[in-house]
Ligand binder design. Structure first.
Ligand code: HEM
Length: 191
């Protein structure tokens, strides 16, 4: 199921064009997306490093989690709102970006990893709260989280580069498939 018709409709919005062509609002939105990263990824990775037993090993895991999670959630909300605005500003090109698609898939996997952790091993945190080296499932959740966020951040940064854009044909059949390049793409994607 392609969301391209929805992106094409968003692209007709005066607000979408106004945001994309704005002198200050678009750079400000993108800056907030990057600043939010410091808040979100910084605190999320601090907890992941505690789960791996390499950061604050003498501090109980639940203490680190209780102190950092509210800020991490606040940072995540900033990332989603600013990210959605960036998508709204350039909907078609972003939707047809291999890097954006990879990022969305990894965001879903990162969400599943968080859910498995909080609905599984973390429910028994009292049993391993003081462990300098938490149980393997907690360490796995921390390592998976670190890896996923690192690739999400990398793919987010790559969105700006047009090497694999649908309007730069020929692209490999894999890129055309993964990006969802429409056969009848008219004009370029930069609006
Ligand atoms: C917590 C989750 C997220 C993280 C860690 C993240 C990370 C990033 C990073 C590091 C960049 C590059 C910023 C730069 O240097 O220019 C970026 C760009 C971008 N992100 Fe996100 N992002 C997240 C969520 C989202 C969401 C939910 C959306 C859309 C619904 C989104 C849409 C975008 C877009 C469109 C760009 C490209 C901006 C541009 O270069 O023109 N992001 N993201």
């Amino acid at each position: 199921m392609s969301l391209l018709p929805l992106m094409e409709w968003l692209d007709t919005h005066a607000w979408s064009t106004a945001l994309h062509e704005s002198l200050y609002m678009y750079p400000l939105t993108e800056s907030i997306h990057v600043w939010g990263l410091a808040l979100f990824a910084g605190f999320a990775m601090a907890l992941d490093l505690r789960l791996l037993g390499v950061f604050l090993p003498s501090v109980p895991v639940s203490t680190v989690a209780n102190k950092l999670l509210p800020w991490t959630i606040a940072g995540f909300i900033v990332m989603v709102v600013s990210g959605a605005m960036l998508l709204y500003a350039i909907p078609i090109r972003t939707y047809l970006s291999v890097w954006f698609r990879l990022k969305v898939i990894l965001l879903i996997l990162a969400g599943i990893n968080v859910w498995i952790f909080h609905s599984g091993i973390y429910l028994k945190v009292k049993e391993w709260d003081l462990a300098k080296r938490p149980p393997v499932r907690a360490r796995f959740a921390g390592a998976a989280s670190l890896l996923l966020w690192a690739i999400i951040i990398f793919s987010g940064r790559m969105i700006a580069y047009n090497w694999f854009d649908c309007d730069r044909q020929p692209q490999s059949s894999f890129v055309n498939w993964f990006a969802g390049c429409p056969d009848d793409l008219e004009g370029n994607l930069h609006g």
